[in-house]
Design a binder for this molecule. Sequence first.
Ligand code: 5GP
Ligand code: MN
Length: 340
Amino acid sequence: MQEKIKLLKALISEKKNIVIIVHRGPDGDAMGSALGLYNVLVQLGHIVTVITPNDYASFLYWLPGNEKVIVFTEEKEKAKQITTDTDLIFLLDFGQIGRLDDYGDIVQNSTAKKVMIDHHQEPDEHISDILFSDVTACSTAQIVFEIIKELGYKNLINKDVAECLYTGIMTDTGSFKYSSTTERTHHIIAELIGKGAENSKIHDLVYDNFSENRVKLLGYCLNQKLQIFKENKAAIISLNAEELKQFKFKKGDTEGIVNYALSIEDIIFAVFIAEKEGLVKLSLRSKGNFKVNEIAKKYFSGGGHKNAAGGISDISVNDTIEKLKEIFNEYKTQLLNTKL
Ligand code: 5GP
Ligand code: MN
């Protein structure tokens, strides 16, 4: 770590053009980490641009610095030019170039030095010049905090930086409840509050700020679309494109729905399936030691963490449900023996 910090410190010791990039469908951790780092680097005099492969949920638009973010799918030429001409690229909260979609080639072709900061399993070591990987970290935002501290820039953590990093840690830990939440996480959160992060306000902005359609869509999922496979300790909630349209789906509206399926007693493995932008996207969640990232990788070209993973299915929503039923049966013994 110290060697890498030295290299990074040298890289940012003089004024540079810097681009910060996150994965497609950026979540609270991706945007919180990116804008937290952004708000530190601009104080050091760098010219910094945050670029996302596509748009993200509007409950993240309040994050300080959000108005400067460039969305690749909306401003392709501009994003391409900035990425090609930049000196230094940060890649945050992902470990595989595939998570950038079409933007990935442009990033790979850029000759800029690349620094990857990530907490996912098995990050690709060939993408970056410096890789900060900690798969035990609850969030990328927590690693970004540690790096800022190690660089000796803790004094640059102002209210804006603190609120961004707080958001990243809060969203990726399910509000500090996942097993990845440690004593260290709480110490960092305490420091961020000390630096001005308004914790209660942030919870309201992220979790109590839903559209009427979003809440009604949740009701529909729970009432009409929840399938429980008691004998396998598994559950599925699925939505096709037509249903999403009916509830005027906006990005972020389905976030967290999978957790309701997992909240049922005796359910160990929960899956949420949604047909979005012509793709069948899966969110997998589990309790205890049942590893959903292995299932995501093996069957759905995806990955993630032990208890939270995602992927894509190249068959229809209904066929995906059938495939999942087979997977439930294949893993039945393991599911029934999972201890909490
Ligand atoms: P979500 O279900 O919230 O979309 O994703 C949960 C976690 O699974 C993410 O934090 C990410 O680590 C991982 N994940 C989601 N989609 C993909 C994917 O397509 N590929 C990989 N490698 N990981 C994914
Ligand atoms: Mn994350």
